[in-house]
Design a protein around this ligand. Structure first.
Ligand SMILES: NC(=O)c1ccc[n+]([C@@H]2O[C@H](COP(=O)([O-])OP(=O)(O)OC[C@H]3O[C@@H](n4cnc5c(N)ncnc54)[C@H](OP(=O)(O)O)[C@@H]3O)[C@@H](O)[C@H]2O)c1
Length: 246
């Protein structure tokens, strides 16, 4: 077991990449707590993983809900070893047509909430001189995908925030890395994936010849969350079938 006895928070753990992480981490011996807004998704996660899963209904954009998540995790598991900042939203429009509320929603969900949760968890990690953050960015944090400027900006900011944690808290025994997935088959990309012609076109950019599955990303997260990566911090790891290799 690669995460025996570790306590893990996974945001957006009710679906897609977050749920794949929750399942894998639980199977590797972790005590897992997840947060999402939709009760029905959390119920399904509980059915899949089991009653030991701590599922907290909450909105990452609300500080009170983050307080609640941290408190419930500490009350239930007694500590927080690992945080997977995975919850996020994706949408796009040309910059000149982007409504302020859409820009703000992406920034608040994809980056401000990560700052808010990190800020709440760090004191506990500093006290115990151990901790790991894995931050789910995107290839959109490394290159600018067309038509999704707010998303690109939020994911690039997340990489820099992730590096900043690594720089500031490495001497406190805390590591932080970003994972940058290419296109992965989840709820977030379901509509895109239904456009067969577009997918055929895009697949040419993936040297490995396929798009990602949530488990591909969860496996990378497991490595970065476990002690096997104890000398790895401050990296932004593409998990993208070679998309960013050219
Ligand atoms: N799929 C891809 O191709 C891809 C590629 C690169 C990066 N990513 C990143 O991977 C992460 C996971 O996405 P996914 O592909 O697994 O899609 P997903 O299934 O839609 O997962 C997103 C999760 O985030 C949660 N979430 C969103 N806003 C929230 C909020 N305000 N409060 C609480 N939870 C919130 C959602 O739960 P609720 O809606 O129930 O709140 C959902 O469980 C995202 O950060 C995404 O940007 C995905």
């Amino acid at each position: 077991m690669r995460l025996e006895g570790k306590s893990v928070i996974i945001t957006g753990g009710g679906s897609g990449i977050g749920l794949a992480c929750a399942q894998l981490f639980y199977n590797e011996g972790a005590q897992v707590s997840i947060i999402g807004r939709r009760q029905e998704k959390l119920d399904v996660a509980k059915k899949i993983i089991g009653t030991e899963l701590l599922a907290v209904v909450g909105d990452l954009k609300k500080n009170n809900d983050l307080d609640d998540l941290v408190q419930k995790t500490l009350n239930t598991f007694g500590k927080i070893d690992i945080v997977i900042n995975n919850g996020g939203v994706f949408s796009g429009s040309p910059i000149h047509e982007t409504k302020d509320e859409n820009w703000d929603n992406i920034m608040e969900t994809n980056i401000r909430s990560v700052f808010q949760l990190t800020k709440r968890v760090l004191p506990h990690m500093i006290e115990r001189k151990t901790g790991v953050f894995v931050n789910i960015s995107s290839i959109a944090g490394l290159i600018a995908l067309p038509g999704v400027a707010a998303y690109n900006t939020s994911k690039a900011a997340l990489i820099q925030f992730s590096r900043s944690i690594a720089m500031e808290y490495g001497s406190s025994g805390i590591r932080s890395n970003a994972v940058c997935p290419g296109l992965v088959k989840t709820e977030m990309t379901k509509e895109l994936m239904e456009n067969k012609d577009l997918m055929q076109e895009w697949s040419k950019d993936y040297p490995i010849g396929r798009f990602g599955d949530p488990e591909d990303i969860a496996n990378a997260c497991l490595y970065l969350a476990s002690d096997e990566s104890s000398f790895v911090t401050g990296v932004a790891l593409p998990v993208d079938g070679g998309f960013t290799a050219h």
